[in-house]
Ligand binder design. Structure first.
Ligand SMILES: [Zn+2]
Ligand SMILES: [Zn+2]
Length: 367
């Protein structure tokens, strides 16, 4: 079973680095073995640390979001972190987890991250079994290649923002009965960039970006479940600086299959059998996702008996091995019989000493 690191930290899948940091800080304080003497606290503390070590790391989080696992994510304890020196001061460990997680660009400017995009694709059950590569076409913005994203006609047209003097921040001062408060916020004139444009780029009309239709080849991991989403880091809308693009979330639908139903990583199917096959036993061929497979039906098989075929199910996502195929027999009673068939069945019936329902009548002393 894949660990749900988001649930471990009690954060939403869309949580940003700050949300994760806050959730981690709260839980780590609650479950730190020095502070919490409950015997389960240490285990919980390890889980929290493991979850934070993955989700706080951009690369590992992206890998986890896409594949439900990370290269080292399944290891015991804290995924490569040494917690032996984990004292009551949490500051340092936060720094290790969260270094680089904040959006500050060159010269300390505020950087706007591009918006995330969403789209969806449908795959078949055999594609779930093998993993798939899907072409996904979407329309999005890309940095204008004429102006390089500056929005200016020429480099000489890029000037210092007059509203903030190039700092990207503006200061507001408020007088209140308690004193003078001053706050700073991002400059709205330049969106915190500290630059203004005199003459606009003609290609993008100063928008800095152009709308493009792009086709991506996306690898869908084997074993993925219906409704999962694959995260493609950096494939969303561009940010205000290179490297700050949003992400693309690809929602994956698994199309219903005409024979198999899925239950976790097991495949369920029903196989109709004749009464004679069930009574005498038979060796039959049944469909699997890998082709045909032989299944032996023992004599006296009842309707709705389930046979388990190991390793014929779907691969476990991001792990080893696969589920089973569960085959349920359904004994079919013939609807139309020829005169000869009817005679044979009556003969057969005469050989049977007692009707099965007679035992019920006997139980209630009705015979
Ligand atoms: Zn342009
Ligand atoms: Zn400005």
């Amino acid at each position: 079973m894949t660990k749900d690191y988001y649930r471990t930290l009690g954060v939403d899948r869309s949580a940003n680095a700050n949300d994760i940091k806050k959730a981690y800080k709260k839980l780590a304080k609650k479950y730190h073995p020095d502070l919490n003497k409950n015997p389960q606290a240490e285990e919980r503390f390890k889980e929290i640390n493991e979850a934070a070590s993955i989700l706080a790391d951009e690369k590992k989080r992206a890998q986890y979001d896409r594949f439900g696992t990370t290269a080292e994510g399944h290891g015991a304890g804290g995924a490569g972190f040494d917690f032996s020196d984990f004292g009551s001061d949490f500051g340092e460990i936060f720094e290790r987890f969260f270094r680089g997680g904040f959006d500050f660009g060159q010269r300390g400017q505020r950087v706007a991250r591009g918006a995330d995009l969403e789209t969806e694709t449908e795959i078949t059950l055999p594609e779930v079994a093998s993993g798939a590569e899907k072409r996904v076409t979407l329309t999005k913005d890309e940095i204008c290649d004429t102006c390089g994203g500056s929005g200016a006609k020429s480099p000489a047209d890029i000037v210092t923002c007059p509203a903030c003097g190039g700092s990207g921040m503006v200061r507001h001062t408020r007088r209140t009965p308690l004193g003078v408060f001053s706050t700073t916020s991002g400059c709205n004139a330049c969106y915190g960039q500290g630059r203004a444009v005199k003459q606009k780029c003609e290609r993008c009309a100063g928008r800095r970006v152009r709308s493009v239709t792009k086709t991506l080849l996306v690898r869908i991991p084997a074993g993925i479940t219906d409704g999962s989403r694959v995260r493609l880091p950096g494939e969303g809308q561009p940010g205000s600086q290179p490297g700050f693009s949003g992400d693309l979330y690809l929602h994956v639908r698994v199309a219903p299959h005409e024979v198999f139903r899925r239950r976790e990583d097991d495949l369920l199917c029903e196989i109709p059998l004749t009464f004679v096959q069930a009574a005498l036993g038979d060796e039959i061929e049944i469909p699997t996702l890998d082709g045909k497979a032989k299944l032996s039906i023992p004599t006296g098989t009842q309707s709705h008996t389930v046979f388990k075929m190991k390793d014929k199910g779907l691969p476990h996502l991001g792990g080893h091995g696969r589920g089973s195929q569960l085959v349920r027999t359904v004994i079919q009673v013939p609807r139309h019989l020829s005169r000869e068939q009817k005679e044979k069945l009556r003969e057969f019936e005469k050989l049977d000493a007692e009707k099965p329902y007679a035992s019920l009548l006997r139980k209630l002393r009705l015979v």
